[in-house]
Design a protein around this ligand. Structure first.
Ligand SMILES: [Zn+2]
Ligand SMILES: [Zn+2]
Length: 138
């Protein structure tokens, strides 16, 4: 059986927790983000289980649409300059509280996601800055 683990994430800009312990998905606190599609905005709760695509939103999200995600605390857009290797949509980055980042594709239905850890070799660090992930620290 695949081992499931849940992530505690925070905003990369204001560093406030994005966890919503009041609203659980898969029995774990959900990740609360603001979502925008076209001119409609609402909230979305994502499962904090890594590899789970369960989510709840009162906005109906059509398949294959690219959504924009924002921090519910500081309203900064959670986006990177990286493109999804599979569908070319922008990738969204959240900071993991214990260190590292979780990167997810912003296209509904695309399952591309991965975790980037911070204990990196110099070549990995270069990869990060080339792709704009460190833009908030410059
Ligand atoms: Zn924030
Ligand atoms: Zn994608």
């Amino acid at each position: 059986m695949e081992q499931l683990f849940s992530l505690n994430v925070k905003c990369p800009y204001c560093e406030k927790s994005l966890m919503d312990p009041e609203n659980k998905i898969n029995d774990k606190p959900s990740i609360l983000l603001k979502i925008e599609i076209d001119d409609k905005s609402s909230f979305i709760r994502l499962s904090s289980i890594y590899g789970s695509y369960n989510h709840k939103s009162d906005l109906s999200i059509p398949e294959r649409v690219i959504a924009r995600f924002y921090c519910p605390h500081c309203d900064r857009q959670l986006v990177t300059k990286m493109e999804c290797e599979e569908c070319r949509a922008p990738m969204v980055s959240l900071n993991v509280i214990k260190g590292g980042k979780v990167i997810i594709c912003s296209r509904k239905g695309c399952k591309k996601h991965y975790i980037a850890f911070e204990e990196l070799s110099p070549s990995h660090k270069k990869f990060y800055s080339d792709n704009g992930l460190e833009q908030n620290q410059s």
